[in-house]
Design a protein around this ligand. Structure first.
Ligand code: GDP
Ligand code: IMO
Ligand code: MG
Length: 428
């Protein structure tokens, strides 16, 4: 039975949480394979809003086992606060599995994230300040703390002391802040051990056994293609592998098991934080998208930068992820526009580029080439079949589908769980 990967096609906040929740009802496992509580997924069920950061969106489906894979970085305080929040609302969280190989966001890495951003000044990345970058850097530097370390006090102490040996020098001498005491860090991490223990598992093995037993596994990305550490707009990216390849390394499921890759594409573009964004709008249209789409971050509350849909980015997402199906979200937000521009290519120094330019400097000064499609006025939020959509909305979807090069299998027409048009089954 298949493993299905779900990724963001743009710069995040495409509506991955809603799509995962929708599929979560019919899959047995939902695995978060990258990132941490930098993610923010809003899911609306029967008018009730749930904001998830660290937990896989499958946690809201009673029959689904949510898994935090080895590729995730975990802030344990946030994990338990999020679980408590859901328990208080009557959600059963008892099935959660956490990889023993996942890394833990130590408190000093939250501090380092913030002071590094301050130090960078106008060259800052605009991170979420959650300690994501420094924790992945520790992982690569082989001085990270893993979930399993919390169950071996002596190893934990040695690792924290080793990490702090250098970090305290940097904190005190470079950033002029207070050094961190190893004892306090160890104490804090150990305080979570008892509650964490029953959740910890060899998740890679459990997932393989589940696949062998004919179960469906959905691998849910945080962030998105252009925020991927390798394939995104580096250095204005997150520090993990948010593309389909990362689903395998971040979960321990081999590529040969993956049968489908679903990418979520917002009907326009948004970005939070710094970095290039060719179709960004600074005018009333941008404000219209922000207001109508309620484009304010789930995690930091920052207003999101908004622009028209960019099919060069969409095509790139298709290529990098091997997308088999797209879900276009938030088509309803475009209702009421006279013309809806679609970026089909870039003009870079007078040369037309239909593919993502390999040089970041070129991408920085790419001018979008637009095709202007006719808009529609009818409220589409109650449409449940493609044929019910106004002709111009249909034409918009079909043109975007042609340009991004993979079929559009579902279309979001509102935030609610039921506000979706399925053209092709996402699970079969
Ligand atoms: P994620 O990080 O990719 O899961 O996306 P976010 O949850 O950060 O942002 C997507 C926002 O759009 C959330 O507030 C969703 O409730 C909302 N949303 C998702 N799909 C649709 C849709 O089709 N129409 C509208 N209007 N809102 C949607
Ligand atoms: P979801 O899963 C949008 C952005 C931050 C910043 C950059 C690096 O909700 O789509 P980090 O804290 O990860 O080191 O910040 O990445 N970023 C996101 N933007 N959606 C997200 O997640 C994001 N996660 C990180 O704004 O520009
Ligand atoms: Mg989000």
């Amino acid at each position: 039975m298949p493993a299905i990967v779900l990724v963001g096609a743009q710069w995040g906040d495409e509506g991955k949480g809603k799509a995962t929740d929708l599929m979560g009802r019919d899959v047995d496992y939902v695995v978060k394979f990258n990132g941490g509580n930098n993610a923010g997924h809003t899911v609306v069920i029967d008018g009730e809003k749930y904001a998830l950061h660290l937990l896989p969106s499958g946690i809201l489906s009673p029959n689904c086992t949510p898994v935090i894979g080895n590729g995730v970085v975990i802030d344990l305080e946030v994990l338990f606060a999020e679980l408590d929040g859901l328990i208080a609302r009557g959600v059963d969280v008892s099935k959660l599995r956490v990889s023993s190989n996942a890394h833990v966001i130590a408190p000093y890495n939250r501090t380092l994230d913030k002071v590094t951003e301050r130090f960078l000044g106008k060259r800052k990345i605009g991170t979420t300040g959650r300690g994501i970058g420094p924790t992945y850097a520790d992982k690569m530097n082989r001085v990270g703390i893993r979930v399993q370390d919390i169950f071996d006090q002596s190893i934990l102490r040695q690792k924290v002391e080793a990490a702090l040996g250098l970090k305290n020098q940097v904190l005190a001498k470079v950033y002029n802040t207070r050094a961190v005491e190893a004892d306090r860090v160890v104490e804090e991490l150990l305080s979570y051990a008892e509650r964490l223990a029953p959740m910890v598992a060899d998740t890679s093995l459990e997932l393989e056994q589940a696949l062998d037993a004919g179960k469906n596994v959905l691998l849910e990305a945080g962030q998105a293609t252009l925020l991927d550490i390798d394939h995104g707009t580096y250095p204005f990216v997150t520090s993990s592998s948010a593309t389909a390849g990362g689903a395998c390394t971040g979960s321990g499921i081999p590529p040969t098991r993956v049968t489908r890759v679903i990418a979520i594409l917002k009907a326009y573009s948004t970005r939070v934080g710094e970095g290039p964004f060719p179709t960004e709008l600074f005018d009333d249209d941008g404000e219209f998208l922000r207001k109508t789409g309620q484009e304010y971050g789930t995690t930091t509350g920052r207003p999101r930068r908004c622009g028209w849909v960019d099919t060069v980015v969409g095509r790139y997402a298709t290529r990098i992820n091997g997308v088999t199906d797209f879900v276009i979200t938030k088509l309803d937000v475009l209702t009421g526009l006279k013309k809806v521009p679609v970026c089909v290519a870039y003009d870079i120094d007078g040369v037309r580029h239909e593919q993502m330019p390999p040089s970041q400097s070129d991408f920085h000064h790419a001018t979008p080439v637009y095709e202007e499609l006719d808009g529609w006025w009818e409220d589409i939020s109650d449409c449940r079949t493609f044929e019910e959509l106004p002709a111009n909305a249909q034409a918009y979807v079909l043109r975007v589908e042609e340009l991004i090069g993979a079929r559009v299998s579902a279309i979001g027409v509102g935030p609610g769980r039921e506000q979706i048009i399925e053209r092709h089954a996402l699970l079969d």
